[in-house]
Write a protein that binds this ligand. Structure first.
Ligand code: DX5
Ligand code: ZN
Length: 217
């Protein structure tokens, strides 16, 4: 049984006090910090980049999970790695035929790598590269914004990914991202996810530690 990890997304944090926000996540029992990097081109929103990762690296010991929602991620993976990312995930939609090369490039920098698929991309697009991945990320919303509604078809994709991962015989994490709440977290775990991203669920909770514990339980 893979360890269940909760990865709050700092997209829902107060950016004017990011240091305090991330410290509070660590104190509240988060396992990973999910960093949503958006470029305003791949998605219709702009967040933050390399400098944020570099500065967060100095104030937390939690792994930094960098979800790159950017075009040409291959241009930036080395700098994210150097800034202190522990894992970098890249979208099939951004890399397409180059996905394998981009994953290998991430690996060559010494950090973990992962492939991501949007809700309208079938699992078969990444099937071949799954054995190269440390993690596979299934999007359960169209990327760009926090607080969207979970797309239930993601559950079938988690099951499909799980079956492929099991066939590899490797320890590959399965991450789910978008619209995860205390109400649907049981379903996503049952379907095979072990890394649970939660933005609004954690940041809107009156008690973050209690919410993280609930998501983990
Ligand atoms: C969506 C981001 C997610 C998002 C999750 O583009 O990749 O990580 O912030 O937020 P919630 O949990 O609020 O859907
Ligand atoms: Zn994300």
């Amino acid at each position: 049984m893979k360890k269940i990890q909760v990865a709050p997304s700092i997209l829902s944090a107060d950016f004017s006090k990011m240091g305090e926000e991330v410290r509070s996540l660590q104190e509240s029992g988060a396992d990973v910090v999910h960093c949503d990097v958006m470029d305003g081109v791949f998605v219709n929103n702009i967040t933050f980049g390399i400098k944020m990762v570099e500065d967060l690296r100095k104030i937390t010991t939690l792994p930094l999970d960098c979800h790159l929602m950017i075009v040409h991620p291959e241009k930036y993976v080395e700098r994210f790695a150097k800034a202190g990312a522990d894992i970098i995930t890249v979208h099939w939609e951004a890399c397409q035929d180059n996905l394998k090369e981009v994953l290998e490039l991430i690996k060559s920098t010494g950090v973990k790598c992962g492939a991501v698929i949007n809700p309208d991309t079938p699992v078969e697009k990444i099937e071949e590269v799954i054995p190269l991945c440390d993690m596979v990320l299934v999007m359960s919303v169209f990327p760009g914004f926090g607080g969207q509604k979970f797309i239930p078809e993601a559950l079938d994709k988690l099951r499909e990914v799980k079956a492929i991962v099991e066939k590899t015989g490797k320890e590959i994490d399965i991450e789910i991202d978008g619209g995860v709440t205390a109400e649907n977290v049981g379903l996503v775990k049952e379907a095979g996810a072990n890394v649970i991203v939660a933005g609004s669920a954690v940041f809107k909770a009156p008690d973050r530690a209690a919410m993280i514990a609930k998501l983990k339980a």
